[in-house]
Write a protein that binds this ligand. Structure first.
Ligand code: AMP
Ligand code: GLY
Length: 425
């Protein structure tokens, strides 16, 4: 069989992890990435097209003629990049716009769960700020959770401790339009409690194959304190995701969700991300994402034993039921090194020491999230800069190895959590 070329859309740590997994594939010749970053450039040919530039990306595909396009981030998926690629005859991995609505509209996903009996927090949807406030006052139950309907760079969820905080959130989303049109509609929902689990799953619209579980660490500082970030580190497996919980999730959440999307005429093909909370009443859905998580991917894909290209093809060709997807039994940990000040404002361009010419370090794999540079030198170029990732026989071994490697890397203002995977067990 002849080898294929693939274009990966995106430019963060998640895309670097996808590219590293693709590099191991026996069936791949060239890997292109747009826009990529300095570290990804050691593994793929990068082109400076923005991930959200659907037309520009189609033009790039027409120039490069890849055999497959892998669309990784949420915005281009919601904007219909897979539809646009398919329309030009390109094979593409990822949901089309109709299916990506599962992440693109929280109101849509909540109504889907209600209609199909999939466990989630109780909620109401509002398009009128006064009605939302009246409901919150009447409920008089705090904390309460307020979510912008549309994409909001991961910042569209507010956990309001009291009426004043709830009012401020409703105001800034609906009246001040802090997330633009994404806040025209909001969801007000019940506050759930329990450990959180991320489960990414391959699905071809009919069959769903959950990947190994993981745990994100969203708050910026140790002890789960400070503002929420895109994720400061991950571990896989998630210690709270027992076999019993996994079986309930499969029956009550994963299979019903995939069946529901198909029944709605929106078959989901790609990677469906289940953000779950294990409450005392059982697992419930906190959120769906229409894509691989970041930085969950960085600890999940290194445990994949099956050739990723085989999985991609099985998903696109709707033959996932025929493929045995295998995982290693060990563990994996990822520690994010971020710029000082993140997730608030931060400076860029700080020289990074401790990386070799390929942007790597002994004892771990370095997934570049936000780096610039050339000729084997690297500098910071984003909030999250590097994800230092190590496999191990168990979680302790993986976590220790990731931290040992992270200690070798430095840059001015380096900010990281010292308790990834340790704060919860
Ligand atoms: P998101 O930005 O959608 O990933 O949500 C951010 C975080 O808000 C989640 O990881 C949860 O920790 C929290 N969250 C969202 N919805 C709820 C809820 N109904 N109850 C408690 N926490 C929630
Ligand atoms: N790590 C959370 C996300 O990718 O949405």
């Amino acid at each position: 069989m002849s080898k294929i070329n693939i274009l990966v859309v995106g430019g963060g740590g998640r895309e670097h992890a996808i590219i590293r997994a693709l590099k191991k594939s026996a069936g791949i010749d060239k890997i292109y990435c747009a826009p990529g970053n300095a570290g990804i450039a050691a593994d793929a040919e990068c082109y400076p097209v923005k991930a959200t530039d659907v037309e520009g990306m189609v033009a790039l595909a027409e120039q490069l003629k890849p055999d497959c396009v892998f669309v990784a981030p949420d915005d281009p998926l919601v904007l219909g990049m897979v539809d646009a690629m398919n329309a030009k005859g390109f094979r593409a991995f990822g949901p089309n716009a109709k299916a990506a609505a599962i992440e693109g509209s929280k109101a849509f996903s909540k109504d889907l769960m209600k209609k199909y009996g999939i466990p989630t927090a109780a909620y109401e949807i509002f398009t009128d700020p006064a009605a939302a406030m009246e409901y919150i006052r009447r409920q008089n139950s705090f904390p309460t959770v307020i979510k912008a309907d549309g994409l909001a760079l991961g910042k569209g969820v507010v956990i309001a401790a009291d009426l004043a905080e709830a009012e401020a959130a409703v105001n800034s989303m609906m009246n001040d339009k802090c997330f633009g049109a994404s806040g025209d509609t909001i969801v007000v929902e019940e506050f759930l409690q329990g450990p959180e689990v991320s489960v990414l799953a391959f699905t071809d619209g009919k069959t769903v194959k959950p990947m190994v579980s993981s745990m994100d660490h969203k708050p910026a500082y140790d002890g789960n304190k400070g503002p929420n970030t895109g994720g400061m580190g991950t571990i896989s497996p998630n210690p709270f995701y027992t076999d019993e919980v996994a079986e309930r999730c499969r029956k009550e959440i994963f299979e019903p969700t995939v069946a529901a999307m198909s029944a709605e005429g929106r078959p989901f093909k790609g990677c469906l991300y289940f953000g779950l909370m294990i409450t005392k009443d059982g697992p419930k859905v906190i959120e769906y994402n229409c894509r691989f998580g970041d930085p969950e991917t960085q600890v999940v894909l290194p445990r994949l034993k099956t050739d990723l290209l085989d999985v991609i093809n099985a998903v696109i060709d709707e033959k996932l039921d025929e493929l045995d997807v295998q995982w290693d039994n060990g563990a994996c940990a990822c520690v994010i090194l971020a710029s000082g000040g993140y997730p608030g404002s931060y400076e860029k361009g700080k020289v990074i020491s401790g990386l070799d010419a390929d942007g790597q370090v002994d004892g771990a794999t370095v997934y570049h999230a936000g780096t610039s540079g050339e000729n084997g030198t690297y500098a910071t170029n984003g909030g999250r800069v590097l994800g230092i990732t190590a496999n191990g026989a168990d979680l302790d071994a993986a976590i220790d190895a990731a931290y040992a490697a992270a200690a070798k890397i430095d840059f001015e203002g380096k900010q990281f959590r010292t308790d990834i995977g340790r704060c919860v067990r």
